[in-house]
Write a protein that binds this ligand. Sequence first.
Ligand code: SAM
Length: 263
Amino acid sequence: MAQHQARKRFGQNFLTDPSVVDSIVRAVAPAAGDRVVEIGPGLSALTRPLLDHLSRLTVVEIDRDLAARLRKQYPSEQLEVIEADALAVDFAAFGPGLRVVGNLPYNISSPLLFHLMASAGQVRDQHFMLQREVIDRMVALPGGADYSRLSVMLQSRYRMAKLFDVPPEAFDPPPKVVSAVVRMMPLGEDRPRPRSEAAFEQVVARAFSQRRKMLRRVLADWVAHIPWETLGIAPTARAEEVSVAGFIGIADALVQAGVIAGP
Ligand code: SAM
């Protein structure tokens, strides 16, 4: 088959190291009847070994040449190829128990993670290769420099574990950064939930818009409506010191006070 010229605009860095492929597939541990969707199959580095374990796999690929190549390589009963931008795909429509896998295009990793949050109720787990620096932010705990809006938003919805690092040499062409693999398991229905997701998102985004500033300054016009003592948060704290539960508490108090819109 003709050689494929890697396209930078689609974040194409193809995995070539068989031991890394093997580690990812072992981490996913696919079983024959699993409902799996792979984002960005590219040249099949993960697709092929996943298919060794699965009776059927769905892939979402934006590059029409790669999508055509995959359709030629595998029978449609085995591999369903959706030629689309993953950001426009409704993952909830795949049904419950969904397992999502991908060596993701790094240029859209944060928007894609946020997009997938909307379907988390249907998802069993997600295994992604991403820039290590992004994964460090995803799993960061309060108090560290990596703790950010991404950490709070994702940790409000998923339990996450960084599994292992992957060096640039494992890809062709090699990316400029070290990569890593993360496992994300959606939290259950009994997770702490804000009264309003929109209010929670608004508070977190605002708090981290100036992460080094004290909350009483960043949230200045809301400050009088936040029961700081009850929540156990000092008004002099910075966003990077507040837990997910703390942000839920602030958002709920503001909704209750009618300061920001409720559900
Ligand atoms: N899975 C392959 C591997 O491990 O070698 C390819 C990984 S490469 C980092 C990312 C893949 O995602 C490419 O195949 C690229 O064309 C595809 N891609 C990029 N942007 C996409 C998007 N918005 N939606 C779906 N696929 C996308």
